[in-house]
Design a protein around this ligand. Structure first.
Ligand SMILES: [Zn+2]
Length: 307
């Protein structure tokens, strides 16, 4: 596994060097190229520069869009977030000039297309500040986490080695845990009864308003398996019962059957235990959907939905 600690320390150092730029240019609009040049002057390492840009975009600190003007009269045709939003559609200016948007349009009329960014003082800036203050051990772009998660799925498909499948998923989840604010955890410790081990014991108490409403400590079980069966669920529940936290999170890279989800929710309804589940599709949604603006949002979503 890559040494994420040293990667994140390097990232933190470099983000520190551009923090003033971000603080002082809030609300200012730049051409994308010009802004990257500004960053490029401060951040020498290409890998770190790319990661920085992705993180700024992930957390909405950098708001990016495409501005298009009419190639005939120069009137504003519109502001768009992604190329795909307008690909193969037609745009019309107020003077009635009509254009079909395709790859050709972008090449032929590049003078009428501007790639712009604005520094936004969003919640994401708070996340970045917390990382700089070391309250978050790591900050990893969603793009990089997605590559990692795809490897988890890839290993699931290609190997029969259960240890290997489990370990890569734990490595992924550990990296995610390190992006959470003020979160401490232990990995791979023996159960109190000495049968098997807990993948993670996590203390989320100082993390986030929503999470803090619930119990503070969680036993986390990870399953990188094609199909989760009843025994997996029962063994998870038993381990939670045995643990001193009486609360647990089961994270599966694939999916859970409806009956298993209902069984887990039953414990919450009866107030016996706090049981949360996260499925592969939740992880993918978190990694792909821009509305998740901080690492906690994956858990927040699961807590809101499960309890
Ligand atoms: Zn026009």
């Amino acid at each position: 596994m890559r040494n994420w600690t040293s990667f994140c320390n390097k990232l933190r150092e470099n983000l520190n060097s551009i923090w003033n730029l971000i603080e002082s240019s809030s609300g200012q609009i730049y051409r994308y190229d010009n802004f990257i040049d500004l960053l490029d002057k401060k951040i020498r390492n290409q890998d770190i520069l790319e990661e920085t840009i992705n993180i700024l975009l992930d957390y909405g600190i950098l708001d990016a869009w495409i501005d298009i003007s009419c190639p005939i009269c120069g009137e504003h045709l519109g502001k768009f977030r992604y190329r795909n939003e307008i690909m193969n559609k037609t745009l019309e200016c107020i003077h009635g000039h009509v254009f079909r948007i395709d790859d050709n349009f972008f090449i032929e009329y590049e003078d009428y297309i501007e790639y712009l960014v604005k520094i936004d003082s969003s919640e994401g800036k708070k996340v970045l500040g917390e990382f700089l203050k070391d309250q978050r051990k790591c900050l990893i772009s969603k793009k990089r986490l997605l590559v990692f998660f795809n490897k988890v799925i890839d290993v699931l498909e290609k190997t029969r080695d259960n240890m290997k499948k489990g370990r890569i998923f734990e490595d992924f989840f550990e990296l995610y845990l390190r992006t959470l604010k003020n979160t401490s955890y232990q990995r791979g410790i023996l159960t109190y009864q000495g049968r098997g081990d807990y993948d993670f014991l996590v203390d989320l108490s100082k993390n986030d308003e929503i999470i803090a409403k619930y119990r503070r400590e969680y036993y986390v079980e990870l399953k990188n398996k094609k199909s989760i069966d009843k025994n997996d669920i029962l063994s998870f529940i038993n381990k939670v019962k045995e643990s001193r936290c009486e609360s647990g999170i089961i994270v599966v890279s694939t999916k859970l059957a409806g009956t298993h989800k209902a069984e887990l929710r039953g414990y919450n309804k009866r107030n016996e235990l706090t049981l949360i589940y996260i499925e592969g599709k939740d992880i993918l949604k978190y990694l792909k959907d821009q509305k998740y603006r901080k690492p906690e949002d994956l858990l927040n979503h699961a807590f809101r939905f499960n309890i």
